[in-house]
Structures are given as structure tokens and as C-alpha cells.
Design a protein around this ligand. Structure first.
Ligand code: HEC
Length: 212
């Protein structure tokens, strides 16, 4: 039979657990989080104050001012964005840029060749029964470029939002990769999958620079 003390200990432990869970459920701190996840247990390192301490000093904006550059405009809903098309020219460089961005930001879920078979994607299937779709699936190909732009920017279901992480031009380069014919997309991905990580980073920086 349990003594009154061990009952109290159990109660106290339950209370502590509840407090920890409640603290974890707090929405992300806007200074350290993209707000992409409803429950932000591990905030992203880039947004951490200790990481910011390593950055060069910057002046604080005057009080009551608001940014007119450097921010980003939130993407509209899928319905609102359906008719959008890329304001940037699409050429071989765009596809390479899309492929490099894809490798870094999407391939762990959607797979190295965009077949919907990434290592993290497999966990999605195992735990929640939802897989990241292959890019040449009817589901993805039936999206208009604007709808895909909205889903990638704002996030979709369990997929995180990229509007705060990638520039508008980077996101349209990804849409160009989605829209490309299967053979073109595979060629662009095969070409960059052959490079090592530093080469890929350098190439992406060059492409961003050259597009102005
Ligand atoms: C953490 C895993 C993950 C990452 C990273 C990820 N996705 Fe997804 N993506 C998913 C899942 C899961 C779905 C299906 C979501 C659902 O059905 O609820 C999805 C769906 C999509 C869709 C279909 C959306 C729709 O409207 O039907 C597109 C397009 C897409 N992803 C593109 C991308 C691109 C481009 C990137 C990289 C910038 C990316 N995804 C990164 C997991 C991911």
C-alpha cells in the first residue's frame, strides 16, 4: 500500500511534468523562431541570441520606424496565389540554383532525386502516414506555379514554411525546378548531387550574385 508521502511525491512529479509540457507548448519566441511550427520545442540555432552574439554589431533602428526593405512580404493563400507566375527569367542557371536550394532545404524529406523518398520523409510515412510527394506525382504537377509557390512559402500540412528562410527569387527557382520536365529536373539534380558540399555552397553563392 502506498504511503501518503509517495502519493505526494507522485503528485509533485506529475506537476513538474505538466509545467515542462506547458512551457514547451508556448508559441515560438518571434526573435528566435520562424513561427513555422505550432510547438517550438527546439528553437532554430540561427535565431539564438548566443549565435547572434557572433555577428558584427549593428545599429538599432530609430524608435517607431518600420522597415521598407530587408523584410519579406508574406505569401498569400493557395487560392490567392493560384494565378502567379515567376517574375524572374527561367533558364539553365535557374534550374541549377533550384537544384542547389532543393538539395539543401528539401531533399531530406522529398529525396535526393525528388522521388518523395528522403530519409526524413520515410519517418513521416512511418509515424504519421503522410509522405512528402514526389515532384513528378500528379499531386505536385497539378499545382499551378502560384499554388506551389504559396505552399512552399507558407508551408503545407506538416511541411515547414520557407518564406522567412529563402528569398522570393530563391523560392521561384525552386518552383522552376518543380515545373521543369522530369528529364530536365533529373539532369539538374544529378549534376549538383555529384558536387561536394563546399562546391555546392560556392556555386549557389555565385548564382545568387550573378542574378543581381
Ligand atoms: C520536413 C520535411 C519536408 C521538407 C524539408 C520539405 N517538405 Fe515539401 N512536403 C512535405 C510533406 C510531408 C508534404 C505533404 C504534406 C501534407 O500532405 O500534409 C509536402 C508537400 C509538398 C508540396 C505539395 C504541396 C501542396 O500544395 O500539395 C510541395 C510542392 C513541396 N512539398 C515542395 C517542397 C520544397 C520545394 C521544399 C524545399 C524548399 C520542401 N517541400 C521541403 C515535407 C517536407
Amino acid at each position: 500500500m502506498q504511503s501518503i508521502w509517495s502519493k505526494r511525491a507522485t503528485l509533485a512529479a506529475a506537476f513538474v511534468l505538466l509545467a515542462v509540457v506547458a512551457a514547451a507548448c508556448k508559441p515560438g519566441d518571434p526573435a528566435r523562431s520562424t513561427g513555422a511550427y505550432p510547438i517550438d520545442i527546439f528553437q532554430e540555432m540561427h535565431y539564438n541570441q548566443s549565435f547572434k552574439a557572433g555577428e558584427p554589431p549593428r545599429l538599432l533602428p530609430p524608435e517607431d520606424s518600420y522597415p521598407i526593405s530587408g523584410g519579406f512580404i508574406r505569401v498569400g493563400s493557395k487560392a490567392e496565389s493560384a494565378g502567379l507566375t515567376s517574375p524572374h527569367p527561367v533558364n539553365a542557371q535557374t534550374l541549377t540554383r533550384g537544384a542547389l536550394l532543393y538539395r539543401q532545404n528539401c531533399s531530406m524529406c522529398h529525396g535526393l532525386t525528388a522521388g518523395g523518398d528522403g530519409t526524413v520523409g520515410a519517418k513521416f510515412e512511418a509515424y504519421i502516414g503522410i509522405s512528402p510527394p514526389a515532384f513528378d506525382s500528379a499531386r505536385v504537377q497539378d499545382l499551378t506555379p502560384g499554388e506551389a509557390y504559396s505552399s512552399v512559402g507558407a508551408g503545407f500540412g506538416f511541411m515547414p514554411a520557407f518564406e522567412g528562410l529563402l528569398s522570393e527569387e530563391d523560392r521561384w527557382a525552386l518552383i522552376a525546378l518543380i515545373e521543369a520536365a522530369t528529364a530536365e529536373r533529373s539532369a539538374a539534380l544529378d549534376a549538383i548531387n555529384g558536387l561536394d558540399e563546399p562546391e555546392r555552397t560556392l556555386r549557389l553563392l555565385e548564382l545568387r550574385e550573378s542574378s543581381g
